[in-house]
Design a protein around this ligand. Structure first.
Ligand code: SF4
Length: 225
């Protein structure tokens, strides 16, 4: 499995598209993304793109799309799924929400709504529109965590496995710059139980990699668990 999608590959070549000040460039880009209304007619509410980015981030978390609660609060991963994700990563909430180190950009930036109690997929317009420029404006990203099938579909394309388990099980083929993960939702308890190799084999590698990555960029004095 190739480790790089087109979006990932092009990001480094197109770094800092807006010129000399990377922080200003990504702030301007994030402001444009937050003002996006491209698929407003398809959304259940006014668009509210949720993303946390900075030009200095070294870890990127690509999830699915905000749920209703995230849409209302504007805070991603502020729930049981986020708690489990932080446990997998071995980081505190403080580190997790330090956007100078960890960027959070879901496959769809806006809450897509639900059908029969289940969240709809991310809007298909979103990732091709926003991920390439955002990735290009974050040249220090060394590891992208692809959480769930939609993030994996966008970044890995036809190189992902037949099932999510196949894709995650082939994680070594995505190293070192990309790591596919299952969604840490409590609803995935059964998946985790059926795939014990994930917590035994992948989580220690993930934790070690994230710890090293954040320690290397630790110039802000943020505590790492
Ligand atoms: S989901 Fe993405 S493309 Fe659609 S309105 Fe929100 S930011 Fe724009």
């Amino acid at each position: 499995m190739s480790t790089r999608s087109n979006a990932t590959s092009s990001s480094k070549a197109e770094s800092n598209p807006a010129g000399a000040n990377p922080a200003a460039a990504i702030d301007a880009l994030a402001a444009r993304a937050r003002a996006c209304t491209v698929c407003a007619p398809h959304l259940p509410h006014a668009p509210r793109p949720i993303l946390r980015v900075s030009s200095s981030a070294s870890l990127l978390i690509v999830g699915q799309a905000p749920g209703r609660r995230v849409h209302e609060t504007g805070i991603p991963w502020n729930d049981a799924s986020g708690d489990r994700l932080r446990e997998w990563l071995g980081v505190t909430r403080e580190v997790f929400y330090d956007k100078t180190r960890i960027a959070i950009v879901p496959a769809g930036l806006c809450y897509p709504g639900t059908v029969k109690g289940s969240d709809l997929p991310p809007r298909p317009e979103c990732a091709p529109l926003w991920h390439p420029p955002l990735r290009a404006a974050m040249p220090r990203i060394e590891l992208s965590l692809l959480i769930g099938a939609y993030a994996q579909a966008y970044y890995l394309g036809d190189k992902r496995g037949r099932t999510l388990a196949d894709t995650v099980h082939a994680w070594r083929e995505c190293a070192p710059d990309t790591l596919p993960l299952p969604h840490p939702s409590p609803r995935n308890r059964l998946w985790l139980k059926r795939n014990p190799w994930f917590e035994a084999e992948v989580i220690p590698v993930l934790r070690e990699r994230v710890g090293r990555l954040l320690a290397a960029g630790d110039n802000a004095g943020t505590a790492h668990q």
